[in-house]
Design a binder for this molecule. Sequence first.
Ligand code: ADE
Ligand code: ZN
Length: 347
Amino acid sequence: MTATASAERPDASFLRGLPKAELHLHIEGSLEPELMFALAERNGIALPYSSVDELRRAYDFSNLQSFLDIYYAGASVLRTEQDFHDMAWAYFQRAHADNVIHAELFFDPQTHTARGVAFETVIAGLDSALQRARSEFGMGAELIMCFLRHLSEAEAFETLEQAEPHLGKFIGVGLDSSEVGHPPEKFRQVFARAGQLGLHRVAHAGEEGPPAYIWSALDELHAERIDHGVQAPKDATLMQRLVAERIPLTVCPLSNQKLCVFPDLRQHSLPQLLDAGVVATLNSDDPAYFGGYMNQNFVETFDALGLGREQAITLARNSFEASFADAAHRRRYFDRLQEYVAQSGAQ
Ligand code: ADE
Ligand code: ZN
């Protein structure tokens, strides 16, 4: 690959058509206002907004917490197995349209069990949508169960116990919700238990929190991937470690823009991460709240940061490398990417 080719700017149709994996997607964050109103009506729940437009106007966030308050309130319309299925199926249809061929979805059981919805209801509804995405779209689809870090480790343990009869339905555990003041080490023991159960481990760290949280997610929780991690360039030694150990970061630029993690998308740290050789991936986080699914993230980010075609291919390749798909599936994903690149005229 020549220097000229690596600087070549990709057009939007090339970005949209790229086969890709999504590794940082909260399924509750894919609940679009239209579906939220439909589920509220189906379940006889009154929403504190008179219309979809009024609700959308409330999506004006100043930081992570200002978003989480609305996000948890929105999830209150989810009551039945069918509701969870419908939400996840709507996501898979959008992801498929964006050429996402493998998706690992976060879900937050504590948001629902705290309201009296059974763990079984949540996981059964999500699981049936995953099965449908696998059979109708041929997608790779998996679940990762997140613990809410503003709650206690004891509550996380209770959730893991509720989940144990369903170990075949999810592949890992994660850590999300309010970051600052809730460092990863608070969950050291429950992550150790998850590891004993053979589960993968990931954690949100370095979204709003400092690089120290990324270190402790790696050292105390044994996280295999870091969700966000966009504060890493503030710590040169950490950057060297991420590169040397090929620890992936699941980066979500439109989320970071909406939550004011960077003053402007043009100041996002993604170019620094890519230039240093970090295994960065692109993801949508909570697309119903942040203004776009995967392809919107690709198109707006490439436009704002002036990234090149070679970087698009690297991000797609990284997404498959960073996934928890088995070796045979990963091989097939890499092959599809290679075919796409070859037929679209690069290399
Ligand atoms: N839960 C849903 N989206 C999140 C985010 N961006 N950070 C932390 N917790 C979340
Ligand atoms: Zn997230």
